[in-house]
Design a protein around this ligand. Structure first.
Ligand SMILES: Nc1c(C(=O)O)ncn1[C@@H]1O[C@H](COP(=O)(O)O)[C@@H](O)[C@H]1O
Length: 174
């Protein structure tokens, strides 16, 4: 793989089943990334070093996922000028509300773009949009992706109308 543009990091390898969706989204847009475990709580010095070196190493954004007392995204945001996207990972207890609130309630001045609980795919797509802001080709691919989404939603409407009222009924999807 070529030089990574996005860093996907998480508090533990147990977060990978959730965080993998961010990687898959970046794969779809052929955006190179790196993955690692970087824990603010368990390896604070390495975490600071990762955050401080992310921009000099050429990363353009960081996707950080963590569960429970999820301080990793916010702490990374405090030591890097790069955009940080936080993914609240749901654990066995509290349904991810703990992770969500830990990540989303940042003090003014230190933003973390927080996605939904378990929303790693959207984190990957948001990172792709960040890259696309300065890349016309990537932006065109993002528009194609959005068009596909539209077609899928339109098909869903068609199927639902056919099921409920028969195929001829009126609907915004036609
Ligand atoms: N929230 C954090 C941080 C951190 O924010 O620094 N480091 C690990 N963790 C989280 O602990 C959970 C359990 O981790 P283990 O499965 O390793 O016990 C994971 O969801 C991880 O993200």
């Amino acid at each position: 793989m070529s030089v990574p543009a996005i860093g996907i990091v998480m508090g533990s390898d147990s977060d990978w089943p959730v965080m993998e969706e961010a990687a898959k989204a970046l794969d779809e847009f052929e955006i190179p990334y790196e993955v690692d475990v970087v824990s603010a709580h368990r390896m604070p010095h390495e975490m600071v070093s990762y955050g401080e070196n992310a921009a000099p190493r050429g990363l353009k954004a960081i996707i950080a996922g963590a569960g429970g007392a999820a301080h990793l995204p916010g702490m990374l945001a405090s030591v890097t000028p790069l955009p940080v996207i936080g993914v609240p990972v749901p654990l066995k207890y509290l349904d991810g509300m703990d992770s969500l609130l830990s990540i989303v309630q940042m003090p003014a001045g230190v933003p973390v773009a927080t996605v939904s609980v378990g929303g790693a795919r959207n984190a990957g797509l948001l990172a792709a949009r960040i890259m696309a802001a300065h890349d016309a080709e990537l932006q065109a691919r993002m528009r194609e992706f959005q068009e596909e989404l539209n077609q899928q939603a339109t098909e869903k409407g068609k199927r639902l109308r056919a099921k409920v009222n028969g195929a001829g009924s009126f609907g915004f999807g036609k």
